[in-house]
Design a protein around this ligand. Structure first.
Ligand code: CP
Length: 316
């Protein structure tokens, strides 16, 4: 694997293999000394043009646990504020010696531009581009579901037969886009629920079913219910009348939460809007995997960086 740009690029077997490497990394993360020497002398640059808590810190932690050198770049406080372009910024960091560039950018497609137009030689990992994709989030979601389902016997398994309902602002969600391709490639059945104004125009071409009523979807008893954040920062129009109405129609409030099967997993990629798409009772319940997802994100990002940089080494 030279780059990780989209979950659409991963075959079933490649995805299972990455999840299995993440299992090995997870074993390392459970040890008192959480460190491997495998990327000693390699440099990972975290190039963040958009805010992040989970993704940036977990990529940094992952790279450090593999003994790589890490450079953290954020657009705020850099020469981007003086007008420096993505090309010049990336080439500057490549000149410093980046072997891998982890990029988050508000523009959909920015990681693909970086990977494919020959500006830099480094491997590129998409850490979230606009409303397009967030592949490591989908991998950690798949890893979390698999681990909850199979526990210590997860290795080699896929998600065949698991039913996942993703609820909310699908239109602006890169997580929804990466999840639908990865989870269905792994054999899961994916459904979306949300207001019609927050559904992508081309959703009929995605491998999923769509509900326009949350309670009707919940009556179909899914194994996983994933709530998505309303992305107010990406909305240029009023997509729903009020936040109160949204919470009533599309939020996992206390009543809907208490009616769920105790076996249904409640997932959220974070950051959460408590009281809007999810109530605290649900978010803090044993069924919720919100912090487990963050924890597993380190193992997934270790697996991705290791795969990328060890394949790069093999090609030299
Ligand atoms: N899930 C996620 O991408 O969170 P951050 O925006 O905090 O990285």
């Amino acid at each position: 694997m030279k780059h990780l740009l989209s979950t659409r690029d991963l075959s079933h077997d490649e995805a299972v293999a990455l999840l299995d490497i993440a299992e090995d990394m997870s074993d390392v993360n459970d040890r008192p000394i959480k460190k491997l020497p495998v990327l000693r002398g390699r440099t990972v640059v975290n190039l963040f043009f958009e805010d992040s808590t989970r993704t940036r810190t977990s990529f940094e932690t992952a790279a450090k646990r593999l003994s790589a050198d890490v450079v953290n770049f954020s657009a705020r406080g850099s020469s981007v504020s003086k007008g420096e372009s993505l090309k010049d910024t990336a080439q500057t960091l490549a000149a410093i010696g980046a072997d891998a560039v982890v990029i988050r950018h508000r523009a959909s497609g920015a990681p693909m531009v970086l990977a494919h137009n020959g500006w830099i030689d480094a491997g590129v990992v998409n850490a979230g581009d606009g409303c397009h994709e967030h592949p490591t989030q989908a991998l950690l979601d798949a890893f979390t579901i698999r681990k909850r389902r199979f526990g210590a016997d997860s290795r080699g398994k896929d998600l065949h037969g698991i039913r996942v309902l993703i609820v909310g602002d699908i239109l602006h969600s890169r997580v929804a886009r990466s999840d639908v391709w990865l989870l269905s490639e792994l054999g899961a059945t994916v459904a979306f629920a949300g207001p019609p104004t927050l559904m992508p125009y081309d959703i009929e071409t995605w491998p999923c079913t769509v509900y326009d009523n949350f309670d009707a979807a919940l009556a179909d008893d899914f194994d996983v219910v994933m709530l998505l954040r309303i992305q107010l920062e990406r909305m240029e129009a009023a997509f729903f009348p009020t936040q109160r109405e949204y919470a009533n129609l599309w939020g996992l409030g206390p009543e809907r939460f208490r009616a769920l099967s105790p076996h249904t997993l409640i997932m959220h990629p974070g950051p959460m809007n408590r009281g809007l798409e999810i109530c605290s009772e649900a978010a803090d319940s044993p069924q919720a995997t919100v912090l487990e997802q963050v924890h597993n994100g380190v193992s997934i990002r270790m697996a991705v960086l290791y795969s990328l940089l060890s394949d790069q080494e093999a090609e030299r």
